[in-house]
Design a protein around this ligand. Structure first.
Ligand code: C2E
Ligand code: MG
Ligand code: MG
Ligand code: MG
Length: 283
């Protein structure tokens, strides 16, 4: 049965399915407890200027601390979403992320904050108002925030998505298309939606050093994005050789384990103090 199930993602209600379902329910129950106890927290991964290496932005990535380490968001975000827990979870984690960045700004550590916005959230009529409230509460300018949106989030209602993006931009938020190149119609999104930034998916970066065609495609995407005045950020930079190629292609910002791993607020605060990140914010 396990073998069958791997093929084509068809769901089989086999005996083996039952324990997996139970596992999900248990995860959901534990997640509810974690949200109620407010134990979820943001980690922050630096995004650096590709040429200077200066930290210009930090991406908030939710973490669920457990006795034996951290659970990956890939494991619990789908469960949270299916159980309707995502809005509450987002609110708690974002409030912490915004408060952390507020405290950094008070120290002169001026970095932008990048937030992942889920499809359901982006669809919600409450999204813009709730975000504005949290941002005001943290006394941050919307221009200090980057909202990362995936293609999936704008797939449903194109007109509504376009209008929402324009509304957010008019308020000063920066908007990035996340995981660019992994969707079905990436190119058509570029002319249909008013993005400011393009985050090149790490699958492109991973192929750079050994795949000539991938290299050409990546160079072309970067050139095209620049024609559209988009800031290009490469994700998942793990090697010096990848960084060198991206620099040569004119990529603006980079993010990845070769530069910095996601860090706790405390660890990143210490790092930035050490690096004395006090450069002016990029437009
Ligand atoms: P993403 O937005 O594309 O975030 C980047 C992911 O790549 C993060 O995984 C990060 O830890 C990982 N990463 C960074 N550099 C490297 C690298 O050099 N190599 C490799 N292999 N991976 C790298 P993470 O934290 O597990 O998050 C996974 C996804 O979950 C994110 O992908 C994002 O879509 C979603 N996510 C994370 N936190 C939140 C959140 O608070 N809210 C929402 N809605 N989604 C979130
Ligand atoms: Mg992201
Ligand atoms: Mg991404
Ligand atoms: Mg990604």
């Amino acid at each position: 049965q396990a073998k069958l199930r791997q093929r084509g993602g068809v769901r089989f209600y086999s005996e083996q399915h039952v324990p997996r379902y139970r596992q999900e329910l248990e995860l959901e129950a534990r997640l509810r407890e974690a949200i109620a106890a407010d134990t979820l927290l943001p980690y922050f991964q630096p995004i650096v200027n590709a040429d200077s290496g200066q930290i210009v932005c930090v991406e908030a990535l939710v973490r669920w601390p457990q006795a034996n380490g951290m659970v990956s968001p890939a494991a619990f975000l789908p469960v949270a979403e299916a159980a309707g827990l995502l809005p509450g979870l987002e609110r708690l984690v974002r409030r912490k992320a915004l408060a952390t960045v507020r405290a950094w700004h008070d120290e002169g550590l001026l970095v932008q904050l990048s937030l992942n916005v889920s499809a359901a959230e982006f669809d919600s009529p409450h999204f813009v108002g709730e975000l504005a409230m949290l941002v005001r509460e943290a006394r941050l300018q919307p221009s200090m925030l980057v909202l990362e949106i995936t293609e999936g989030a704008v797939l449903g209602n194109q007109d509504a998505a376009q209008a929402r993006m324009q509304q957010l931009q008019a308020s000063g938020y920066r908007i990035a298309i996340d995981d660019f190149g992994t969707g079905y119609s990436s190119l058509s999104y570029l002319h249909s939606y008013p993005f400011d930034r393009l985050k090149l998916d790490r699958s492109f970066v991973a192929r750079l050093t050994h795949d000539e065609r991938a290299r050409k495609v990546t160079a072309a995407i970067i050139a095209m994005a620049h024609e559209l005045s988009l800031v290009v950020i490469a994700e998942g930079v793990e090697e010096a050789a990848q960084l060198a190629m991206l620099q040569a292609m004119g990529c603006n910002q980079v993010q990845g384990f070769h530069l910095h791993r996601p860090l706790s607020a405390q660890a990143l605060g210490e790092l930035m103090r050490h690096l004395r990140v006090q450069q002016p914010v990029m437009p």
